[in-house]
Design a protein around this ligand. Structure first.
Ligand SMILES: NC(=O)c1ccc[n+]([C@@H]2O[C@H](COP(=O)([O-])OP(=O)(O)OC[C@H]3O[C@@H](n4cnc5c(N)ncnc54)[C@H](O)[C@@H]3O)[C@@H](O)[C@H]2O)c1
Ligand SMILES: O=C(O)C[C@H](O)C(=O)O
Length: 338
């Protein structure tokens, strides 16, 4: 039996992600939580004849801090028994904003939701989508540490959309439309220059002409901005993110059920996972997205792909590390210095 929970389920990502979870054959029970509209979203999805049993819980009116009794009960009901919690709760960007501009609002939202996870489902895998991921994942880690239930093998920053974009944008060069056959690791973080696609490590290998490489890398790094601009004030990527978030959640669940050989890049706390210590030493940061092998208990091992990067990519990795250091410190200090 697998219970999945979506926190922020009524939003632009939350709704299509909940739909994908509802129709997944891997999920038996699905709980939705949001500060608005969850009963309607859950009622709507409940008419789909797929197997997952579905419930929706809403915060008390006017309560955005989760401190009211009714909200706490709603969180408890949604989260109790969860195996996987996916968090797309929070505000998205508008044109002209960076992901870091979302910190002031989203840091508190993620903190409070992870506090609830620490109380009601301390053993669940937690998948953080809310931006800025480079800071919200360190926030989640600190909250879980404070509660004494931090399991680094089960905390994941979802960077799959960067992988999906790399797989998609490279098609313009390779001409290959079947992305299932292409694996392109993306490492670092999830914002601008912290996103580093390693096209040299693509499997099967792809020959990217030198004059096209900069533009391709730049498009992956700033793919989010492309969507923010096109939506023109109506938000950021939601549908592609729901696809990416679901794809990652499915990998987590498949590995949980015993499937072997599942590898996904994800933003993890390196010192807490097998193989992560040497990557933390090499990069000088504790959080970094690297391909990890997944198992029934979450991360089985982090794969140190960084030494295989070519010189061009190594320079990008150095740039990514610089940006990440500030992002990670902001997240950690948001909790430790509160
Ligand atoms: N990791 C990634 O690759 C990635 C990709 C796209 C978007 N995002 C991020 O995901 C987040 C959500 O984006 P969106 O487009 O779905 O936004 P949205 O505004 O459409 O939806 C967010 C939802 O969160 C809910 N919410 C707010 N506070 C909450 C709380 N305390 N508890 C529960 N729910 C709460 C809102 O009511 C809303 O329904 C943003 O921060 C965005 O930047 C991340
Ligand atoms: O760009 C954003 O703000 C949303 C998301 O992080 C993305 O990469 O699409």
């Amino acid at each position: 039996m697998v219970k999945a929970v979506v926190l922020g389920a009524s939003g632009g990502i939350g709704q299509p992600l909940s739909l994908l979870c509802k129709i997944s054959t891997l999920i038996d029970e699905l709980s939705l939580f949001d500060v608005v509209n969850t009963p309607g979203v859950a009622a709507d999805l409940s008419h789909i004849s797929s197997k997952a049993k579905i419930d929706g819980y809403v915060a008390e009116k006017g309560d955005f801090k989760g401190e009211k009794e009714g909200t706490e009960q709603a969180k408890k009901a949604a989260l109790t028994g969860a195996d996987v919690v996916i968090i797309p709760a929070g505000v998205p960007r508008k044109p002209g904003m960076t992901r870091d501009d979302l910190f002031n609002i989203n840091a508190g939202i993620v903190r409070d939701l992870v506090v609830a996870c620490s109380k009601y489902c301390p053993n669940a895998s937690i998948l953080v989508i809310s931006n800025p991921v480079n800071s919200t994942v360190p926030i989640a880690a600190e909250v879980l540490k404070k509660a004494g239930v931090f399991n680094p093998k089960k905390l994941f920053g979802v960077t799959t959309l960067d992988v999906v974009r790399a797989e998609t944008f490279v098609q313009d060069i390779s001409g290959e439309r079947n992305t299932d056959k292409v694996v392109i690791p993306v490492v670092g973080g999830h914002s601008g220059a912290t996103i580093v696609p390693l096209f040299s490590q693509a499997k099967p290998s792809i020959n990217i002409p030198a004059d096209k490489l900069d533009a391709l890398v730049n498009r992956v790094q700033f793919g989010g901005d492309e969507v923010v601009k096109a939506k023109d004030g109506a938000g950021s990527a939601t549908l592609s993110m729901a696809y990416a978030g679901f794809r990652f959640a499915e990998s987590i669940i498949k590995a949980m059920k015993g499937e072997k050989g599942i590898v996904e890049p994800t933003f993890v706390y390196l010192p807490g996972v097998a193989g992560g210590e040497e990557i933390a030493k090499a990069t000088g940061v504790d959080f970094f997205s690297v391909p990890v092998e997944l198992g029934p208990e979450g991360v089985e091992k982090a794969i140190n792909i960084l030494p295989s990067a070519n010189d061009y990519e190594k320079k990008l990795i150095d740039e990514a590390i610089k940006g990440l250091k500030t992002n990670i410190t902001s997240g950690v200090e948001f909790v430790t210095k509160a």
